[in-house]
Design a binder for this molecule. Structure first.
Ligand code: GDP
Ligand code: MG
Length: 302
C-alpha cells in the first residue's frame, strides 16, 4: 500500500511476542492480523514453533513473531527446542512485547522478565485479559506490574475482546524503524498451508481431548494435493504409546471422527474449497526426545 505520491516514509520491523505460556500471545497475533493464523488453547504447550504474522498498513509493515512460551524445566529435546526458539527471537526483534495476564504475576513471568533484562532490550509491557476486571481493580494491577521493571510503556488490552488493540498498534507504529517492506503486502505469514493444516488438526485434538491429551502428540502431513474440486489431505497423528493411540481414536473411532470433522470444516473455510481429510494414528516411542524425529516432524530451526 505504498502511495507513491506521498512523502511519508515506509517502516518495517520485527515485533516479538514474549511471555509465559497461556498469557494470550497467539490470540493477540490473530487479533492484530484479523485472521486466525495461530492456534490457541488453555493448554500451556499450544504453540511449539516460531510463527511469523505479517500486518501491512499504509507505510507500515509489522512482522509479529509468535513464540512458544519460555519453559522453566526444559528436560526433553522438544522443550529445549521451544525455549531456543523463544530466546533467539528476542535477539532479532526491533521491539519486544512482554505479555502478562492482568492480576497475575507468577514465577514464570519473573523468569521471562529476567531474560529480557539480560538482553537489555526496550520492553513494552502488555497486560492482557483486562476483560476479567473492573476499571478500579485494573488500576491496582497496572500499578503493581509497573513496579517490576522500567518498562518503556504499559498497555492494557484484551486480545480476545479486541480492546485497546488500536492503541497498541499506534504505539508499535511509533517504534518501528524506517525501512522498506520485507514481505509482499498481501502476505500474512511465512508458513505453508501444510503447516497451518497440521496445526489446525492439533488444535482440534487439544480442544476435544482436553485433559486426556497425551503431552507428546504431533501431526505430520503426509500428503497434500489440490485439485480443481477439492483439497486432499492425509495426516498422521503421532503418539508415543499404544495406550495413547486408544485415547486419540476413542470409542469406535468417535474422537478421531470428531477431530477430523472439525478440522475439515475449518480448513475448507480457509481454503474456500471442499476438503477431503484422512487421519491415521501411529505410535513412535520417544519422538519428543529424539532430534532426528523432531526434524522429520517439522521442528526445525527457522
Ligand atoms: N478472558 C480472556 N482470555 C483470553 C484473552 N486472550 C487470550 N485468552 C485465552 O487465554 C488462553 C491462552 O491463549 P493463547 O493465545 O493460546 O496463549 P499463549 O500460550 O500465550 O499463546 C486461551 O484460552 C485464550 O482464549 C483475553 O483477552 N481475555
Ligand atoms: Mg501460543
Amino acid at each position: 500500500m505504498t502511495d507513491k505520491n506521498s512523502k511519508e516514509l515506509d517502516h518495517c520491523g520485527y515485533i516479538a511476542l514474549l511471555g509465559r505460556p497461556n498469557v494470550g500471545k497467539s490470540t493477540l497475533m490473530n487479533t492484530v492480523l484479523g485472521e486466525k493464523l495461530c492456534i490457541t488453547s488453555r493448554k500451556p504447550q499450544t504453540t511449539r514453533h516460531r510463527i511469523l504474522g505479517i500486518r501491512t498498513d499504509p507505510h507500515y509493515q509489522m512482522l509479529f513473531i509468535d513464540t512458544p512460551g519460555l519453559h522453566q524445566n526444559a528436560k526433553k529435546a522438544i522443550n529445549r527446542y521451544m525455549n531456543k526458539t523463544a530466546s533467539s527471537t528476542i535477539k532479532e526483534a526491533d521491539l519486544v512485547l512482554f505479555l502478562i495476564e492482568a492480576g497475575v504475576w507468577t514465577d514464570e513471568d519473573e523468569a521471562v522478565l529476567k531474560r529480557l533484562k539480560n538482553n537489555r532490550m526496550p520492553v513494552v509491557l502488555v497486560v492482557n485479559k483486562i476483560d476479567n476486571f473492573s476499571d478500579d481493580q485494573l488500576l491496582g494491577h497496572l500499578q503493581t506490574a509497573s513496579e517490576k521493571y522500567d518498562f518503556e510503556n504499559i498497555v492494557p488490552i484484551s486480545a480476545r475482546k479486541n480492546r485497546n488493540i488500536n492503541q497498541l498498534l499506534e504505539l508499535i507504529r511509533e517504534k518501528l524503524p524506517v525501512s522498506e517492506f520485507y514481505y509482499a503486502e498481501d502476505q500474512i505469514t511465512d508458513r505453508s498451508i501444510q503447516f497451518i493444516s497440521s496445526e489446525t488438526i492439533r488444535e482440534k485434538l487439544m480442544s476435544i481431548l482436553g485433559q486426556e491429551l497425551p503431552y507428546s502428540i504431533t501431526v505430520e502431513i503426509e500428503k497434500y494435493e489440490e485439485t480443481k474440486e477439492q483439497t486432499l489431505i492425509n495426516a498422521i497423528i503421532w503418539v508415543e504409546r499404544d495406550s495413547q493411540k486408544g485415547i486419540v481414536i476413542g470409542n469406535k473411532g468417535s474422537v478421531l471422527k470428531k477431530v477430523g470433522t472439525q478440522a475439515r470444516i475449518e480448513l475448507a473455510r480457509r481454503l474456500k474449497q471442499s476438503v477431503h481429510l484422512e487421519l491415521w494414528v501411529k505410535v513412535k516411542s520417544g519422538w519428543a526426545d529424539n532430534q532426528n524425529l523432531l526434524s522429520q516432524f517439522g521442528y526445525k530451526e527457522k
